[in-house]
Design a protein around this ligand. Structure first.
Ligand code: ADP
Ligand code: MG
Ligand code: MG
Length: 250
């Protein structure tokens, strides 16, 4: 219950083996940082969990709340509470942040359960307060003239409103300025405290200056090669990934 359990996961892309027996758990309420050199298979793990059609599971399984994740369609995984964060449209002319988010939330609900604008306004205000986003922001047009930081506010707010149980966040920190990075970090910290589980995928340690992970795991050549606490991320920052490779070879 409330834990994604990934066991002995093997994944191929175009007949090439990418993941070679990954074991990993992600629970609601915790932040797991998934680190590793480029090409080690981190994004593949996120994509296969979301049901990306290019990635074939050849062995192993993943369970969440009694469901066999790999037997579910991508939309069923979203209903189960899985969410690939920060994957949202560039610009939507004439649609306000508020209307966009209400449509997004209602898209995942049965018609009878849809949230009306008044009810939604309350939810939105609560989330904006939690994330320290000014009220005017709800009336802006989606991404129109947004700064880097405002785009991240939009995406964090979307995550807050949709309330995923398990958020997969892949390399969100690459290229972000400090303002945007802090917006993202605040979102992850606040929403994870609200019982979301977060898999924070990052090659670099930088975002971990603002988000303290509960656990750090290192992927190497499609396997989990190291596990530890925040100190493991610091060691990687200081020493790089070579020592992980040497220990794995030994
Ligand atoms: P990471 O996110 O750790 O950098 P990826 O999961 O993106 O690693 O990639 C792992 C390996 O799988 C790489 O060698 C990459 O080239 C390969 N790969 C990933 N996705 C595809 C794809 N859609 N088609 C072909 N090769 C892929
Ligand atoms: Mg990647
Ligand atoms: Mg926290």
């Amino acid at each position: 219950e409330n834990t994604v359990e990934i066991e002995n996961l093997h994944v191929e892309v175009e007949d090439e083996k990418i993941l070679n027996g990954v074991d990993l758990e992600i629970s609601r309420g915790e932040i797991v940082a998934l680190m590793g050199p480029n090409g080690s298979g981190k994004s593949t793990l996120a994509k296969v969990l979301m049901g990306h059609p290019a990635y074939e599971v050849t062995e192993g399984e993943a369970y969440y709340n009694g469901e066999n994740v790999f037997e579910l369609e991508p939309d069923e995984r979203a209903e189960l509470g899985f969410f690939l964060a920060f994957q949202y449209p560039k610009e939507i002319t004439g649609v306000t942040v508020s209307n966009f988010l209400r449509t997004a939330i209602n898209a995942g609900l049965d018609e009878d359960d849809e949230i009306d604008p008044v009810e939604f306004q309350e939810v939105l205000e609560e989330k904006m307060e939690l994330l320290d986003i000014e009220a005017d922001f709800a009336n802006r047009y989606v991404n129109e003239g947004f700064s880097g930081g405002e785009k991240k506010r939009m995406e964090v707010l979307q995550m807050a409103v949709l309330q995923p149980e398990i958020a997969l966040i892949d390399e969100v920190d690459s290229g972000l300025d400090i303002d945007a990075l802090k917006v993202v970090a605040r979102g992850i910290n606040e929403l994870t405290d609200d019982d979301m589980g977060t898999l924070l995928i990052t090659h670099y340690q930088r975002i971990l200056d603002y988000v303290e992970p509960d656990r750090v795991v290192v992927m190497l050549d499609g396997e989990i090669a190291e596990k530890g606490g925040p100190e493991l991320a610091e060691r990687l920052e200081d020493e790089g990934y070579d020592w992980v490779r040497e220990e794995a070879a030994a």
